[in-house]
Design a protein around this ligand. Sequence first.
Ligand code: F3S
Length: 767
Amino acid sequence: ATPSSLPIKDCTSITPPYPRLLKTLDQVRRVLPKSTKLTLAEKILYSHLRNPEESLGGGGKIRGERYLKLRPDRVAMQDASAQMALLQFMTCRLPTCAVPASIHCDHLIQASVGASADLAKSIDQNKEVFDFLESAARKYGIEFWRPGSGIIHQIVLENYAAPGLLMLGTDSHTPNAGGLGMLAIGVGGADAVDALTDTPWELKAPMITGVKLTGELSGWATPKDLILNLAGRLTVRGGTGRILEYFGPGVTAQSCTGLATIANMGAEVGATTSTFPYAANMREYLHATGRGPVAQAADEAASKGFLQADEGAEYDEVIEINLSELEPHLNGPFTPDLATPLSSFPGFLSENNYPTVLSSALIGSCTNSSYEDMSRVASIAQQAKDAGLKSKVPFLVTPGSELIRATVERDGLQSTLEDVGATVLANACGPCIGQWKRDEKKGEDNAILTSFNRNFKARNDGNLRTMNFLASPEIVTAMAFSGSLNFNPVTDSIPTPSGPFRFSPPTGDRLPPSGYTPGDLSYAPSPSPVPRGETEIAISPTSARLEVLEPFASNFKGGKGELPELTCLMRVRGKCTTDHISAAGAWLKYKGHLSNISENTLMTAVNDEGGHINIANDGNGEDTIPKTMQKYKQRNEPWMLVVDDNYGEGSAREHAALQPRYYGCALILARSFARIHETNLKKQGILPLWFVDKSDYSRISAFDKIVTRGVDKLLDGSLQGDEVVLEVTRPSGEKYEVRARHTMSRDQVEWLRAGSALNWIGEQARR
Ligand code: F3S
């Protein structure tokens, strides 16, 4: 029997639209060759196509080649990235979102002394941001999870995830929800706005890696060790452009929350997302979290062949892992793919001269705070307590949600942990995202152990010299009692007054034996809230962190003609990622304030004329690149950039397109673009063009005046081929022409004409 003490939820808005998905899948099967066998990932993706014929028709290779135009079912946003997503959504002036959405206040909560004091302080410090998010949620009918309710991915798993669903989330660990047999994909705010406005969301059909799991986990080995091991094999790039689809008897033998941990860290190998076939473990979890109706609907969809791969479906590669042979792993420091089995860890530390003294142990987070994790950890703590031991180092526990916290507290697990020295932090990201106020190791080499998912430099406490080794919560906890990284809890003993003490392997419950308890009920928003259009959006005109985004004006008078005459601002040399275009770090606090964050635009880019970083010239003397852009903006003088190969590689950060547009950039001419960034430029109304002859890159210089020829025909649809011409006039009066190529689809031409994709969406909605 499945324990469930939670009331059955209203599942109307959270049950996937299975009849529609199955109908689309039927159309897909008619478009594809008859013999095609589909993987689970393909079934979920293709059942969300807006037009199967357009995306899949015509024969030829699909994976890695075709662009799929999809209709996601849901959007989830965390408090940092939701700001710009909502500010952009507001510019379309739509009354509500096209799909159900939720906002989660988790990233802005700083961990310092403990849950309630930290929460109160962070709410006070970030009040204007939380007030803005809440007001936008009320106006547009978005479910708002206020600070303290929990971490986005845990709340999604407990409330919104469902087999077969396609969800976008504005956070890289969104794939966590794949533990419930769905596709959950981490995206930037601009993609989230696509889904919120019912704009087709484009994804290049991913390659599919099959991961076959055999055997069974036992002893100290956990789902975390599986993904730590896989990260070591695949490296941080091994999953790029791929979905990891798990199958085999080892999948069904694990808990649903364990599968979520595996899916969560698929992000560490760069995978688009991870998923698993629907099975009893998912059904049990749905019932336990009050979603029996979703389980029933999923059972029915599965009986029609939807929620598993076709027999004989082919993967682009298959990796096999025998769970029975899996050893606990510790990954790091500084990269999640540096995997070392527990038994080799002391040797690894000594070879590299790394510290062996543990300085802090941290468990929980969105990766590892399930009831199963906490009950197994408590079994270790209980053994230690019985042996008279206490944690030798600060031992911090981050519950993933109020549901977990309250259930763990009710069942006495929390007090067991506190009895051995644990501090329970707020239900929020805290130390996982650098929101950890920790002064004692400032600037010193030191080693911490966490059950989190990332361990890049300075990620946890801001100290570049803190080495974070990732491990299962069980290993982190056991090691906290020894205080030494050389301690192997499987084989070693800890001295106590009554003799050497050795841990037995952890034990625990997959689901709470008496069901979950919701805890503070006021955290849960009402499902499918009605949009309150009369709500005033809370943004103070004097705020430094939030600013209403004004729609960008179109560069075309009357929606036709050529671009206005442009001045070349500079030629950007070499590698220029979205980090170069819009730096992160301290600038993140301005994510909701376009004019403030724009002051970092291209500040680490190299000017090809002179070779200096962050130097440009507006004709009146040298200045920083953003200041030069500001001067052009003040003069109302539109400009263009010449850039090198793969411009805009890196993340999907929409600020990298918004900021140049804000300063008046109308055209970017590249040797080549990174695709996502190129699309982001188009969305913001900037025309990206490619050199037909890459050697023309060095011909155009600062102060040259550029007039386009052929853009008028691009707008009215009469352009033959994909080339336009740039007529360039040097300050000396010398004239020459450069040929360039566009990649604009018909829809994207409309975005350009309207000034931005959101202007176009708004115009259409008002018609
Ligand atoms: Fe938060 Fe860390 Fe997860 S930042 S969303 S707990 S990866």
